[in-house]
Design a protein around this ligand. Structure first.
Ligand code: NAD
Length: 354
């Protein structure tokens, strides 16, 4: 592994811990970027990395992203993230999760974990047997905050797309607005359903083509091949699958006026934000528009220690603030000439005291 502290992704993280447990075969990284606003909160990713340096990079970037996301969502939480380095066979055992839970517990509440890619609600329930510093657990009752964050993330993105359409296209509704959606999983599928309800015209793509086709049939939408979705001529491109898709090639292929979606770390490098702006494309900074899930997960966590209302309406109320935050960013961006991602980063850094 190359020295991670020389990596550009190392950003004065408060703590970076490599966890090894020979008995269970666990190798994990826990990265705490900032606890300025509260405990570092962010999910655990379970992923097979060809090179462990990529796992370190992911932990560093994702934990910084969580600092920014939590701060911009007005949550009393800092930023952290964990990655568990899966073996080639991707096997995940209860013993591994137990060893991971012990490492989280040993941090004494400085880090609060939840689900991320490759980790299910059931996995988090296993982790919760050995540490209280967990969220995203199953909740009882329809009106309780918490549980699967996907639908809450989708709601925030839907509201953010509406705000972008208003800002860029001057329209109060997404009726007949053409949105191309990359990824039709938990988040992308939810966004598609909400947009369809309001009469948007949709083109859907997923590497699981059957998944996209099934949703398209349900919603009366069109489909595109997953390699082609970024070139579809549309009003809004909504990335809800992978990060780093906004690179030189991806931005060059876009034929849209707005990029607004839930995938984390959409910009491959910092210069890609200004590159989008130069092309006249309005960009909704990912960690601002996709905060719905963390809002729900955090309120669930705080509620358990009776520090915040547990009501689902409180979650919805806070998600409803996302469009206003985006408006503020676009307004400042228009006024200063800085790209929207740069404006958002600066706002977030100020909030976390950097
Ligand atoms: P998911 O696994 O439910 O869905 C992702 C979908 O993307 C899958 O259907 C997958 O087949 C598809 N996909 C993968 N690669 C693709 C490609 N190259 N082209 C087209 N489709 C592709 O995951 P999710 O929970 O919906 O998360 C989607 C994105 O949103 C991720 O980047 C995640 O980090 C981010 N995110 C999720 C949440 C949440 O609450 N779930 C919150 C914030 C951010």
């Amino acid at each position: 592994m190359s020295a991670f502290w020389t990596e550009s992704d190392y950003d004065d993280h408060e703590l970076v811990e490599v966890v090894r447990d020979a008995k269970s075969g666990l190798t994990a990284i826990i990265a705490l970027h900032s606890t300025h606003l509260g405990p570092g909160a962010g999910g655990t990713r379970f992923w097979h990395y060809g090179d462990p340096a990529d796992a370190m990079r992911d932990a560093l970037r994702l934990s910084r992203g969580m600092s920014y996301k939590n701060a911009m969502a007005g949550l009393p939480m800092g930023g952290g993230k964990a990655v568990i380095l899966a073996g080639k066979d991707n096997s995940k055992t209860p013993e591994m999760l137990a060893a991971f839970a012990d490492a989280v517990d040993a941090l004494g509440g400085k880090y609060v974990t939840a689900e991320d890619v490759g980790i299910s609600e059931a996995d988090m329930s296993t982790v919760a047997k050995r540490t209280q510093y967990v969220s995203g657990l199953p909740v009882e009752g329809e009106d309780a905050a918490g549980g699967d964050p996907g639908p809450f993330t989708a709601l925030g993105i839907f509201l953010g797309i509406k705000a972008a359409v208003k800002h860029k296209l001057g329209k109060d509704s997404v009726k007949d607005v053409h949105v191309a959606i990359q990824g039709t999983g938990s988040v992308g599928g939810g966004v598609a359903r909400l947009l369809a309800k309001e009469g948007a015209q949709l083109t859907l793509a997923d590497i699981d083509a059957e998944r996209a086709a099934a949703l398209a049939a349900e919603l009366g939408a069109q489909t595109a091949a997953s390699e082609a979705i970024m070139s579809v001529s549309c009003d809004v491109f909504s990335p809800n699958a992978l990060g780093a898709i906004l690179d030189d090639d991806g931005i060059g292929r876009l034929d849209c006026q707005i990029v607004a979606g839930g995938a984390n770390n959409q910009l491959q490098r910092p210069e890609h934000g200004p590159m989008l702006a130069k092309r006249g494309i309005l960009y909704a900074p990912d960690y601002v528009i996709n905060a719905g899930g963390i809002i729900s997960v955090t309120l669930e966590y705080l509620c358990r220690s009776e520090k915040a209302p547990c009501d689902i309406n409180e979650v919805r109320k806070r998600i409803a603030l996302i469009p206003g935050r985006l408006e503020q960013i676009w307004h400042d961006s228009d006024a200063s000439g800085e790209s929207s991602d740069q404006v958002a980063d600066r706002m977030a850094q100020k909030l976390i005291g950097r």
